[in-house]
Design a protein around this ligand. Structure first.
Ligand code: MG
Length: 408
């Protein structure tokens, strides 16, 4: 009798097989510097795929849907949130990584996790929380992202946090003060020695910029805070706007189609330039391993010409969008909410939800460190963790619950 059924389970591919196509200087699961708590190797996926999957299933990841970049979440359904931003970063980073034979799973994990520590209300919220924490070790969203994946997520029986690989955590920690770097052990080392992170981390970093420069133009135009006329002074924009109009002269009067046609060209140009310029850097420096990458200068970069154009676009957005009076008004409101909540909880910690009260308090000031574990954090740090975890709408609601009579 001929046996023609496929037998299941098929033997699961090892991570070595799944990553066999990678360049020698890519980050490989098999040579990862490992996790903080020992775990058996995953079946049918690589270590970095497991990291990505843990991030997607985390609570902080779901909250990104209701946290903003520039516009407050309730202002409109079409604006970017931190969730869509993170997905766009991952898309861009994966395209670049695949072309360079780097580890797509690792860049995806880093990209999806890179904003997990952001406060509600974008940078205004972070600045306000940093001000509140000035005497207690400060607040920095990058360190907070690390705190989320290392301590704050409560998903596993064996450990706090997500127990991610060193390379993923390293990619999340984009920048760090020397003072905090000293407290972070091997993860902080490169900030003291001037070494680079993996190419995958470098890619996620640039992909972040490509994503927000472009979607902020899109959202800025949609909101009416910036205009096509203003943008004509930005060479990167104008070159592609004219090219799109030249190719499709009929779509000029069709609302947003010409804008989208322009933005997709800019994103494509930036991605292709990043791949080409980085390939040239790699051909010049010839790293043979991830260690060589760490000892080399930054290898993931745009060409000088495109870097200058991208910088011009960034300056334009800073001046015309991020400093727009209506964005400033929103920022001012956000500051009031964050500061009001922090002060209220500081004055009377009994107002905190029970889950936070049980962790109170500690007299030891060293517990203020941003890198301190949750159990054993100072009162101020616990309050900061609570506020940082809030979505825009939750923060507004909590503010109303605390300050508006007639609200429950
Ligand atoms: Mg970002």
């Amino acid at each position: 009798m001929i046996k023609n059924e496929v037998e299941f389970p098929l033997s699961a591919p090892s991570s070595l097989a799944l990553e066999a196509h990678l360049a020698p200087y890519a980050a490989h699961s098999a040579t990862s510097r490992g996790r903080r708590f020992h775990e058996s190797p995953p079946t049918a996926r690589t270590e970095f795929q497991r990291d990505r999957d843990r991030i997607v299933h985390s609570t902080a990841f779901r909250r990104l849907e209701y946290k903003t970049q520039v516009f407050v979440n309730h202002e409109g359904d079409l604006f970017r949130t931190r969730l869509t931003h993170s997905l766009e970063v991952a898309q861009i980073a994966r395209s670049v990584a695949r072309n360079l034979r780097l580890n797509e799973d690792l860049v995806e994990a880093i990209s999806l996790a890179h904003d997990l520590g952001h406060t509600p209300f974008g940078h205004a919220g972070q600045d306000a929380l940093h001000e509140c924490m000035r005497d207690h070790g400060g607040f920095e969203h990058n360190l907070q992202s690390l705190a989320v994946v290392d301590q704050l997520e409560e998903h596993y029986g064996a450990f706090d946090g997500l127990n991610l690989c060193f390379e993923t955590r390293e990619g999340i920690l984009k920048h760090c003060s020397r003072e905090n770097a000293r407290k972070l052990g091997d993860l902080g080392e490169r900030f003291l020695t001037g070494k680079q992170p993996s190419l995958e981390a470098q890619i996620a970093n640039v992909a972040d910029e490509i994503a927000y420069n472009n979607h902020d133009v899109d959202d800025g135009l949609r909101s009416g805070f910036i205009t096509l006329e203003q943008l004509s002074e930005v060479s990167l924009w104008q070159t592609h706007f004219e090219a799109a109009r030249g190719e499709y002269p009929d779509i000029e009067g069709e609302g947003r189609r010409l804008i989208h046609e322009t933005i997709r060209r800019i994103i494509n140009t930036l991605i292709v330039d990043l791949i080409e310029a980085t390939s040239r850097n790699l051909a010049r420096v010839r790293p043979a391993s991830l260690d060589d990458v760490r000892n080399a200068p930054t290898l993931v970069s745009h060409s000088d010409e495109v870097a200058a154009q991208a910088a011009q676009l960034k300056r334009f957005l800073f001046k015309n969008l991020y400093r727009h009076y209506r964005v400033m008004r929103m920022a001012n409101k956000a500051k009031r909410v964050v500061t009001g909540l922090f002060d209220a909880f500081t004055d009377d910690p009994r107002l905190l939800p029970p889950a936070y009260q049980v962790r109170l308090p500690v007299a030891d000031e060293s517990a203020n460190d941003a890198a301190a574990p949750v159990h054993g954090s100072s009162q101020a740090r616990l309050i900061s963790h609570y506020i940082a975890g809030m979505t825009d709408r939750y923060a507004l609601k909590e503010y109303q619950r605390l300050f508006v009579i007639d609200n429950n």
